[in-house]
Design a protein around this ligand. Structure first.
Ligand code: NI
Length: 164
């Protein structure tokens, strides 16, 4: 899925890429299928995905979404899920809760922190009795978000024209 237009107005560097013809042809088809307007944007997204995945493997700080469906009629389950999140060391940023039907709830937890901590929390959630499905999806490595996110916007942006 193509992401938003290039990450802010950072200056870009250009470099040449040598590639076998057949690989380039397959890449161009991919670019077309995914609806990118150019190769560069497609390549940038592929690099971001790979870096996030690699950051995950190395246990670096990442942003991730944990999705789960559970039966809220099971005694103590909702409390258990809440205390798992409270015990995560402040990694949970936000949650969304949808009452799917009479007994099922869908919850999406967005968290950021060391990949291993997030994975541990997700494992704990998934193995809790009453949680029917659950999975964790790494979104980005924190470094990919750039300087502004790492500083959590606590510093002054008045010098930055893009935050006018
Ligand atoms: Ni619910």
């Amino acid at each position: 899925m193509p992401s938003r237009a290039s990450a802010s107005r950072e200056p870009v560097a250009r470099f040449g890429v040598a590639m076998p013809h057949d690989l380039l042809e397959r890449f161009d088809h991919y670019v077309q299928r995914k609806g990118y307007t150019n190769r560069s944007e497609a390549l940038r997204d592929l690099v971001r995905v790979e870096l996030a995945s690699e950051a995950w493997d190395r246990g670096e700080d990442v942003v991730a979404a944990i999705t789960m469906v559970y039966d809220h009629h099971i005694p103590g389950l909702t409390d258990k899920l809440v205390s798992i999140q409270h015990g995560s060391g402040g990694h949970v940023i936000s949650t969304m809760h949808v009452h799917l039907d009479h007994s099922h709830c869908l919850e999406i937890i967005v968290a950021r922190g060391p990949a291993r901590d997030l994975e541990k929390m997700a494992d704990e959630i998934v193995r809790t009795r009453g949680v029917l499905v659950g999975r964790i999806v790494p979104a980005l490595s924190m470094h990919a978000l750039g300087d502004s996110f790492l500083h959590e916007h606590t510093h002054d942006h008045s010098h930055d024209p893009s935050h006018g």
